[in-house]
Design a protein around this ligand. Structure first.
Ligand code: PLP
Length: 370
């Protein structure tokens, strides 16, 4: 029996009904948010790009040129408009690809065969996935403020270290490591330095100056620091693009992979077949929002984070001084129906994304006191 499209659509909606919706203001655990472009605009872009495999160089030259342009634009606000890279599916893929690249570079240039990487103990669990592939992952201790302890990190570097990782906006607390000091160490010791700015990459460059002194240790992290070799930065988080869109950028990309598939012309990326749609949406989002747009969005999120903190403190709730738009606080119980995460040491973690409005914060506080 051939089924009817309308019937399938109803069925799809039913599946969707069991999801939470950003609009109800109770999603406070997510680093994703509704995209800047509305459904109608997205549909028009989808019309143009929906069947393009940007992973196939022979048939998608135009879309690949578009991708280079997107990377150039992101590179521009990260201090290097000559950066090379590609649009990934998110921070996990970007981190894995950066380490895969660094491993090949270490092998080719230094003959490191069974190497290791050094990451902050606060690193995202994508680095556990890297560990599962047989790469030794050494974890540097954290300072009491939950940034990485640079001395501990330096001590772990040895002759077999092919990459060091620093974090600009860690997942649980939003803290920014001292990338300047880590950059100096890596530059002096000629070690590849990867920065995971999946979250902070689209926040830190756009924090309005008036908020910087109200926040805790917002530091530089980008290619302007000479030791920085690559950066993960996600358009599908604070970049206001669609899921899935991540980014991996390299200061100086070298051909280390030597992959020559017989059936396709492709540059080396972690995934094979890739959609051009997220690339096109990211391009349109960057162009339409511009620096002013990002400053506005980031400014509102920071303002709401500080507001949230102030409201909690007024009720005697312990909070941590935020660095970005992530707020940690201690309460025994949270109101029913909220998506809120916890950290390893028992703090609640709210990510104040653009869909978290003041009204939602007020409702949360009200329910908390009931
Ligand atoms: N890196 C950091 C710092 C993150 O916070 C996250 C996600 O929360 C990731 C990487 C992974 O990103 P994704 O879920 O897009 O793979």
């Amino acid at each position: 029996m051939v089924r009817n499209f309308e019937e399938i659509l109803r069925e799809l909606r039913k599946f969707r009904e069991n999801d939470m919706d950003y609009g109800d203001g109770r999603i406070m655990s997510s680093m994703c948010t509704p995209p800047f472009l509305g459904p109608e605009e997205l549909k028009r872009i989808f019309d143009i790009f929906h069947a393009v495999n940007i992973g196939d160089s022979r048939i998608s030259r135009g879309s690949q040129e578009l991708e280079r342009e997107v990377i150039r634009k992101i590179g521009e606000f990260l201090g290097n408009k000559r950066a090379e890279g590609y649009i990934t599916t998110g921070g996990t893929e970007s981190n894995i690809f950066a380490i895969m690249y660094a491993r090949m570079l270490g092998l080719k240039e230094k003959g490191i065969i069974h190497g290791n990487i050094v990451v902050p103990d606060s690193a995202h669990f994508s680095f556990q996935k890297i560990e599962m592939m047989g790469i030794e992952v050494k974890r540097a201790e954290l300072n009491p403020d939950r940034t990485v302890n640079v001395e501990s990190l330096e001590k772990l570097i040895d002759d077999n270290t092919f990459a060091v990782v620093g974090i600009a906006g860690n997942t649980e607390y939003g803290r920014v490591d001292d990338i300047r000091s880590i950059g100096e160490i890596c530059y002096d010791r000629d070690v590849f330095l990867h920065i995971d700015a999946a979250f902070g990459g689209f926040v830190i460059p756009f924090i309005p100056r008036k908020y910087i002194k109200e926040l805790y240790e917002v530091r530089s992290f980008d290619f302007k620091i000479k030791g920085v070799s690559s950066i993960t930065v996600d358009p599908h988080k604070m970049g206001m693009s669609i899921i899935p869109s991540g980014g991996i950028l390299f200061r100086d990309f070298k051909e280390v992979f030597n992959l020559k598939p017989h059936y396709i012309q492709a540059k080396c990326t972690l995934t094979g077949t890739r959609s051009a749609f997220p690339v096109a949406v990211t391009y349109a989002t960057l162009e339409l929002m511009g620096e002013r747009g990002f400053r506005k969005v980031v400014g509102e999120c920071i303002e709401n984070t500080l507001y949230f903190r102030e409201r909690l403190e007024r009720r005697g709730v312990e909070t941590l001084h935020p660095t970005l738009n992530i707020l940690n606080f201690r309460v025994e119980k949270i109101p029913d129906g909220y998506a809120l995460s916890s950290t390893r040491d028992g703090y609640r973690r709210a990510v104040i994304m653009p869909h978290v409005k003041r009204d939602n914060i007020d409702s949360f506080i009200r329910l908390l006191s009931e």
